[in-house]
Design a protein around this ligand. Structure first.
Ligand SMILES: [Zn+2]
Ligand SMILES: [Zn+2]
Length: 114
């Protein structure tokens, strides 16, 4: 099993976007990968480039993966911070109840084609 379910979902979105823009060929896909998404960049790249893209209009395209840093907000004092080393304590009040604002998702940023 070398395919990631999320990679297939991303490809579906890419192909839908291509259809909406009347693209016959996709030359570049840019993805945003949150650092707290739990998805490994290499695995995502492998799933798409080696398994899912061949045979589609995105076959042989350039795949750009942009990392998104994690941003969190303290539920107690509302301080916003970037957790480091996966330590999710508020740096202002040391509260452990925090909300993740960004960096936990993976999504399609843009596609290019002709
Ligand atoms: Zn594989
Ligand atoms: Zn706090």
């Amino acid at each position: 099993m070398h395919e990631l379910g999320i990679a297939k979902d991303l490809l579906d979105i890419v192909l839908l976007k291509a259809k909406e823009n009347n693209l016959k060929k996709i030359t570049k896909i840019s993805l945003i990968l949150g650092e707290a998404s739990g998805i490994e960049e290499d695995f995502l790249r492998h799933s798409l480039l080696d398994h899912l893209l061949p045979g589609t209009i995105a076959s042989g395209c350039q795949l750009e993966i942009i990392k998104e840093y994690v941003k969190a907000k303290c539920k107690k004092c509302s301080a916003e911070f970037e957790p480091s080393e996966m330590i999710f304590d508020c740096p202002s009040c040391q509260n452990k109840e925090i909300e993740i604002l960004s960096g936990k998702d993976v999504y399609v940023a843009s596609i290019e084609g002709e």
